[in-house]
Design a protein around this ligand. Structure first.
Ligand code: PMV
Length: 328
């Protein structure tokens, strides 16, 4: 018997980084997925294997050993061992061993919420294997454990959207607001393929904002205003204005030095090819940018991103969050 779960990736439409300090961010689940398949082991060990990149670790008595993989294998898979252990503890099954197979199509370390989606799918699949119910709040709280291992000050946005799906206005430690999706829409992603550490980027912004209280207040106030206006704009379905707010948001992210020359190049290329707006998404410092475009310009924006050196992906916002099944 196996527990199986699928969880979506995410794109932050507005408000990343500033969300860590309590302002609003708008985030969407998109149709790239992490799948987790979990079965029982009799030896009390947790073994996590990933198919892409191909690597595996074993976790016994709190010690994580790399079985197969490269330099960053432990950093990538150890948090998954901890969330699996935390899920077992949640059900008073801490002695249980597990085999966890991760098959994720979400590029790692580029701002699409890969680590959170892997954690969320692992938790849901583990609960399913144990034939125990776990509500969505419990899933996202358990997933917070692995996000806290990745950087010390996570806002919780990634695991929330991967658990719940759809479109959400999110504030740290506040009730989130679901934004009704009349119909799904496309998001164009441009990947610089330059991976970076979310923790390092969050620390960089923290150091910068610590330089002046007034500066911090002004930046956070602007960020809040952008996301709040973007929320209204989205509710009215005015994508043109939403795009302009994305452009403003990108400028704010440039001010806190998380954009790069490559990201700026892709953002500019997308706008010139007809996008409503474009900005970096996630922690920046590399990783991905996103653009929203009128349907008739989708192809030209995808081409422009490729011509500017990025890898384009066309994704849809998806309503579903994590889903799980018991495989018999
Ligand atoms: O790890 P990423 O690149 O998907 O981005 C996380 C979003 C941040 O706002 C930068 C951090 C956070 O915890 O909200």
């Amino acid at each position: 018997m196996k527990g199986f779960a699928v969880a979506p990736a995410k794109v932050i439409l507005t408000g990343e980084h500033f969300v860590v300090y309590g302002t609003t961010a708008i985030v969407a689940a998109v149709n790239i997925h992490s799948k987790a398949t979990v079965s029982q082991r009799s030896d009390g060990t947790i073994v996590v294997s990933s198919s892409s990149p191909r690597c595996s670790v074993s976790f016994t008595d709190g010690y994580c050993e790399v079985l197969q993989g490269r330099r960053n294998t432990r950093a990538m898979l150890e948090p998954i061992c901890h969330v699996a252990r935390a899920t077992l503890e949640h059900f008073d099954k801490e002695k249980q061993g597990l085999d966890i197979q991760i098959d994720s199509a979400i590029p790692v370390g580029v701002g699409l919420g890969s680590s959170a989606a892997v954690a969320v799918s692992t938790i849901a699949a583990t609960a399913k294997l144990l034939r125990r119910g776990l509500d969505r709040d419990a899933i996202r709280h358990l997933a917070f454990k692995s996000e806290s291992m990745i950087h010390n000050f996570p806002s919780g946005i990634d695991q929330t959207i991967s658990t719940l799906g759809g479109l959400i206005a999110y504030r740290r430690r506040r009730p989130f607001q679901r934004i009704p999706l009349k119909r799904t829409f496309q998001v164009i992603i441009g990947d610089t393929r330059r991976t970076r550490s979310t923790g390092a980027m969050v620390s960089k912004v923290k150091t910068l904002l610590a330089k002046g209280r007034r500066l911090k207040r002004q930046i956070l106030r602007s960020a809040e205003r952008i996301s709040r206006t973007a929320l209204t704009t989205l509710q009215h379905g005015d994508m043109r204005q939403f795009g302009e707010l994305m452009n403003l948001n990108h400028e704010l992210l440039r001010q806190v030095r998380v954009s790069t020359r490559e990201l700026d190049r892709l953002v500019l290329a997308a706008r010139e090819a007809g996008a409503f707006g474009a900005k970096l998404t996630g922690a920046g410092g590399g990783g991905c940018m996103i653009a929203l475009a009128p349907f008739r310009y989708t192809e030209s924006v995808l081409h422009a991103i490729r011509d500017a050196g990025g890898t384009p992906h066309l994704v849809n916002v998806q309503r579903e969050g994590v889903e799980s099944w018991l495989l018999i």
